[in-house]
Design a protein around this ligand. Structure first.
Ligand SMILES: [Zn+2]
Ligand SMILES: [Zn+2]
Length: 85
């Protein structure tokens, strides 16, 4: 007999315990989401993800530079300031 493996999980954003991963949803979409077995519905996280940190590129022209997302800075510098090798 094969019993279904249930992995208990905790939401890393709001710390809600006793959640599981939604296997059916994963099979349909290829993405994991958290499931709340007590409420028999997907875990709706009350915490919104943090807005991305915005910074100025240190290499752009100070007059014309725009705020860009901190996590895209490396990519931006590679693309706009280093050219291609
Ligand atoms: Zn949550
Ligand atoms: Zn730049």
């Amino acid at each position: 007999m094969i019993s279904k493996l249930i992995i208990m999980a905790k939401c890393s954003k709001c710390n809600t315990p006793d959640l599981t991963y939604d296997q059916t949803y994963f099979e349909n979409t290829g993405q994991w989401r958290l499931w709340n077995p007590a409420k028999e519905q997907p875990h709706i996280c009350p915490k919104k993800p943090d807005p991305p940190r915005m910074i100025f590129c240190p290499q752009c022209d100070a007059q014309t530079r725009k705020l860009i997302r901190a996590d895209t800075l490396q990519e931006h510098i590679k693309k706009h300031h280093l050219g291609f090798y």
